[in-house]
Every structure is written in structure tokens, then in C-alpha cells.
Write a protein that binds this ligand. Structure first.
Ligand SMILES: N[C@@H](CCC(=O)N[C@@H](CS)C(=O)NCC(=O)O)C(=O)O
Length: 203
């Protein structure tokens, strides 16, 4: 199978970490949806990465659907619990962490527009999502070992990718100082080969 991706996308990184944790072989295809000659819309009508192209050319998007599929393909390190209550808790965390990545990406894109076309009100709205999201994640993590309790799973991966994306695009946001429990989680995640191998190139 092939993963259509960019090396800086936090959503593609989430999928790459899932692939690494589950030891699934795949081919990376780098294709930025922002380039005029991008083929991403041929694979995903929404024109977004990541897209997983299966061996029979069936395409899967978005990252949450891909992660769910991959977790069913191999029994190695289960990342989404089978129990429905625990599963909901993991998916909720993933939605929260992905929401932080979404808002951060929206700010980054808005700030790339000419200054006269940028909307400060829009940027502020997205910043509030980032700060409230970080606060909620820190509060829910508390002193727990991992996001949802004793076991590493998809919620930790999504959270690690959101924090990594903030470091990449907004190093001036001092989330580690504001939320030491998140810093502790980020340090632990950064030791895993799957996180090391997928570090985004510096901006
Ligand atoms: N909900 C999607 C979000 C994917 C996403 O926002 N991808 C960005 C790159 S980080 C993208 O392809 N943006 C292109 C666009 O918005 O047109 C997922 O989880 O895969």
C-alpha cells in the first residue's frame, strides 16, 4: 500500500506512527496538496493528505478512518480498544488532539496570506481552540501514565502529533511551561522509535 502524504502534516504523521507501531510495510508518496500540479485530488476529492491507497487501488481518507483500518489489519500493538467505552474515550481524545492540529494549521495558512488579507478575528478564534484544547488535554491527562490510562494507544499518538506540530509551526507557544504534564508525555513519546522516525523536517 501507498501513503500519499507531506512530511510536515500532523495527520500524516499520526498515520505513519500507527504504521510503524504496527510494523506494517508501505510506500511513501510525497505530494503537497498546495502545489498546482498535485495529484492529491485524484485520490481524495477533498484534496487533503493523508490518503492511503490499498493494493487494489481502493483509497482511504481521512487519518481517523485510515488509523481505524490499520488497527484491524494487524493484531500487533492494538491502538484502538475493542471495549466500546474505552474505544469512545480514545476516539474522543483523538478528536480533541486533531482539533488542536486543525486549528494550528488554520492559523499557519492564514498567516501565509498577505497581511492585508489576514483576519485577526479568525486567527484569534483558532488560537482560542489551540489554548483551550491544550488546557483540556492537560487536565484530562493529569498524573496518568498515558492519555486514557495505563496503556499507550491512538490517543497518545494524536496528542504527540498535535504537540509536535505546535513545536514545528509555533515554537513561540510555550505549552511545555504552561502544561508540564503534557511536556512529560511529549518527552516519553519522543523516546519511541515511531516518533523519532517521523519527526517533521524543521520549518
Ligand atoms: N481531517 C483530516 C485533516 C487533513 C488535513 O487537514 N490535511 C492538510 C495537511 S496537514 C491538507 O491536506 N490540507 C489541504 C487543504 O486544506 O486543502 C485528517 O484527519 O486527515
Amino acid at each position: 500500500m501507498k501513503l500519499i502524504m507531506t512530511p510536515t502534516s500532523p495527520f500524516a504523521r499520526k498515520v505513519r506512527i500507527v504504521l510503524a507501531e504496527k510494523r506494517i510495510e508501505y510506500e511513501q508518496v510525497i505530494d503537497s496538496p498546495w502545489e498546482a500540479d498535485s495529484h492529491v485530488p485524484d485520490y481524495n476529492p477533498l484534496g487533503m493528505v493523508p490518503v492511503l491507497v490499498l493494493d487494489d487501488n481502493h483509497t482511504l481518507f481521512d487519518s481517523r478512518v485510515i488509523a481505524e483500518y490499520l488497527d484491524t489489519v494487524s493484531p500487533v500493538s492494538q491502538l484502538i480498544p475493542k471495549d466500546s467505552r474505552q474505544r469512545l474515550s480514545v476516539r474522543r481524545w483523538e478528536a480533541l488532539a486533531d482539533g488542536v492540529s486543525d486549528a494550528a494549521a488554520a492559523i499557519y495558512i492564514e498567516k501565509k496570506r498577505p497581511e492585508s488579507q489576514q483576519s485577526p478575528a479568525w486567527i484569534l478564534r483558532q488560537e482560542q481552540k489551540v489554548f483551550r484544547g491544550l488546557e483540556a488535554m492537560a487536565e484530562e491527562l493529569g498524573e496518568k501514565n498515558w492519555c486514557t490510562g495505563e496503556f499507550f494507544n491512538l490517543s497518545d499518538i494524536a496528542t504527540g502529533c498535535a504537540m509536535g506540530y505546535l513545536d514545528l509551526r509555533f515554537p513561540e507557544i510555550e505549552w511545555r511551561k504552561a502544561h508540564p504534564v503534557l511536556a512529560r508525555l511529549a518527552d516519553k513519546l519522543s523516546q519511541r522509535p515511531s516518533f523519532k522516525e517521523t519527526l517533521p523536517p524543521s520549518a
